[in-house]
Design a protein around this ligand. Structure first.
Ligand code: GTB
Length: 212
């Protein structure tokens, strides 16, 4: 059984690990599964061969025997479900870890994505400057709630899980705009995630391709 994922031929972030293949690499490293990577250009992503794997013409995708998946939530959940290491055995704790995965993707990532859109796609719109404080305020509101819930604990629900993997992956994007540092316990939480050997291996693997 070979696992193959797709990733940018050259990520626009130059190897900061912000493209979404990093979270899939991280999950595979956590569970100790080797994987191959097929690198695709922006043009190739919109061609029929890739669209057959990913209807929206994006990365990452995940192939394992006959199974083809897209959407990092589904991919990381599949990895966590199939291989031990990312979901607790206790069924209530497992349900909570899955809840945190959804929280990362449904409640935290959307306002963060909105900021990316505001800063890049909508930058030249006449209303862009005026809208920005609202966009940032929505992120701060969510981070404040998350920060309060996390408190001084290391992980969202006692032990590291796929929920933390997804939450850290989502929060990482806020380091550059400086918003993450406004919440010291969240900044420490992200640093704890990044310090994990599995994350380090995932980061190094994508850096080797994207640096420069
Ligand atoms: N919901 C999907 C998932 O979670 O899998 C979203 C997938 C997605 O947005 N993929 C992006 C993509 O393929 C790459 S990760 N974009 C190309 C396209 O749509 O044509 C998003 C991303 C890209 C670049 C940076 N960066 O350079 O900092 C960060 C994140």
């Amino acid at each position: 059984m070979t696992i193959t994922i797709t990733a940018f031929e050259k990520s626009p972030d130059g190897g900061k690990g912000l493209a979404r293949d990093t979270r899939v690499r991280w999950a595979l490293e956590e569970v100790g599964q080797p994987y191959d990577v097929r690198y695709v250009s922006f043009a190739a992503m919109k061609q029929p061969a890739h669209l057959a794997l990913h209807p929206f013409g994006q990365i990452p995708t995940y192939e394992e025997d006959d199974l083809v998946l897209f959407e990092t939530g589904a991919i990381v959940f599949h990895i966590a479900d199939r291989y031990p290491g990312l979901l607790p055995r206790d069924s209530a704790a497992r349900a909570r870890a899955i809840m945190w995965m959804f929280a990362a993707l449904n409640s935290i990532e959307p306002p963060i994505l909105d900021l990316t859109i505001a800063r890049i796609v909508e930058r030249d719109q006449p209303w862009s400057k005026e809208r920005m404080p609202l966009v940032v305020a929505r992120i701060r509101e969510r981070l404040q709630s998350l920060s309060t819930r996390l408190g001084s604990t290391h992980w969202l629900d006692r032990t590291f899980s796929a929920g933390d993997l997804m939450m850290v992956s989502v929060l990482l994007r806020l380091r550059l705009p400086g918003i993450l540092d406004e919440f010291p316990n969240l900044a420490d939480y992200v640093a704890r995630g990044e310090a994990r050997p599995a994350y380090q291996r995932a980061f190094a693997a994508q850096l080797a391709v994207n640096a420069g």
